[in-house]
Design a protein around this ligand. Structure first.
Ligand code: NAD
Ligand code: UDP
Length: 317
């Protein structure tokens, strides 16, 4: 059982929920984050708790800590955000992974990489299983993220081969929930924020492209289960919800659940936007006895409630 854990990217959406999970179980947690896409507000409730340490820093730069687990989550995850800072994103993914692996190697620490379904690119195999090598354009606008994450996986696999290190690779599929930033550009946060503000809902392309959305609590449970598997389990393991949904249907669901009068409007489809995405989670079921439990509608209701609670209070007349 873990006693002292480092979470890089711990002030982000997934990282902060992971910190909550660990700290609620009494586990000392160090959060290393440069706050580039995350926020201190996500972990503010732990500041002052003796088991929690926040360090503002870059995952790609020297960092020392004695821990028995490292979750490497630091990296922008929203296409709009990584397209805006491509070289920084690659640097974070590749040098961040190398740096954390070096730290893990010194202490023979177990380390988990937050990889992504984006390693499959615009997949020609559907649903995607871990044996599929993917279809990524190495020169396109998404490549900084996709290739950065692919290279990080290679670094993890090579550290396992060369140094027999206990490494774990999770391939995370689209995950949503409270604490996503309203303005981060990802589809669930954008649609909810637009619906609540009565603004047009921006569908990129014709809305027929699909994603499979996993609620954050399910994802954190999957990540922790993977981390606690025996040393010979490396993965990669797909983690995601196999319930597939078109972007058009997601927009209509958000409108129905918010009671919004927003209109649907079309915007151009970004370059290399994957047409279809759904995880094959057979391996996660077998290795981790894990599968998502929160249906999309339930998760959306919870996320909408959290976004509503974060809206500024109306000014008294
Ligand atoms: P997020 O943007 O909310 O969190 C990322 C965190 O990393 C932020 O707090 C940010 O400030 C921090 N960060 C970025 N660059 C850094 C650097 N150089 N040094 C230190 N900190 C840095 O995104 P998220 O959705 O919480 O994603 C977390 C991880 O999970 C990422 O690695 C992402 O690639 C992976 N992932 C997420 C999803 C998803 O749907 N949420 C899907 C696949 C993979
Ligand atoms: N998308 C959209 N409107 C938005 C944001 C995204 O239609 O305002 C689409 C996007 O083109 C993609 C899907 O929703 O097809 C998921 O996008 P997101 O950025 O959340 O993540 P991705 O899965 O592409 O990494």
């Amino acid at each position: 059982m873990a006693k002292r854990v480092l979470v890089t990217g711990g002030a982000g959406f997934l990282g902060s929920h992971l910190c909550d999970h660990l700290l609620r179980r009494g586990i000392e947690t160090i959060c290393l984050d440069d706050l580039s896409t995350g926020s201190l507000d996500n972990v503010r409730h732990w500041l002052g708790d003796p088991r929690f340490t926040f360090v503002r820093g870059d995952v790609a730069e020297a960092f020392d800590a004695e821990v028995d687990r490292i979750y490497n989550l630091a990296c922008p995850a929203s296409p709009a955000q990584y397209r805006a800072a491509p070289i920084r994103t690659l640097r974070t993914s590749v040098l961040g992974a190398l740096n954390m692996l070096t730290l893990a190697r010194r202490g023979r620490t177990r380390i988990l990489q937050a990889s992504t379904s984006e390693v499959y690119g615009d997949p020609v195999q559907h649903p995607q299983s871990e044996t599929y090598w993917g279809n990524v354009n190495p020169l396109g606008e998404r490549a900084c993220y996709d290739e950065g994450k692919r290279c990080a996986e290679t670094l993890f696999a090579d550290h396992r081969r060369q140094y027999a290190m206990p490494v774990k690779i999770a391939r995370i599929f689209n995950t949503y929930g409270p604490r996503m930033r309203a303005e981060d550009g990802r589809v669930v946060s954008s649609f909810i924020a637009q619906a609540l503000a009565g603004q047009d809902i921006t569908i990129f392309g014709d809305g027929s492209q699909t994603r499979s959305f996993c609620y954050v609590d399910d994802m954190i449970d999957g990540l922790v289960r993977l981390m606690e598997t025996p040393d010979d389990v490396t993965g990669p393991v797909n983690l995601g919800n196999p319930q597939e949904c078109s972007i058009g249907d997601l927009a209509r669901m958000v409108i129905a659940l918010t009671g919004s009068r927003s209109r649907l409007v079309r915007r151009p489809l970004p370059e290399d936007d994957p047409r279809r995405r759904r995880p094959d989670i057979t391996l996660a079921r077998e290795l981790l006895a894990w599968q998502p439990t929160v249906p999309l509608e339930t998760g959306l209701r919870r996320t909408i409630a959290a976004f509503e609670a974060a809206l500024p209070a109306p000014v008294a007349p």
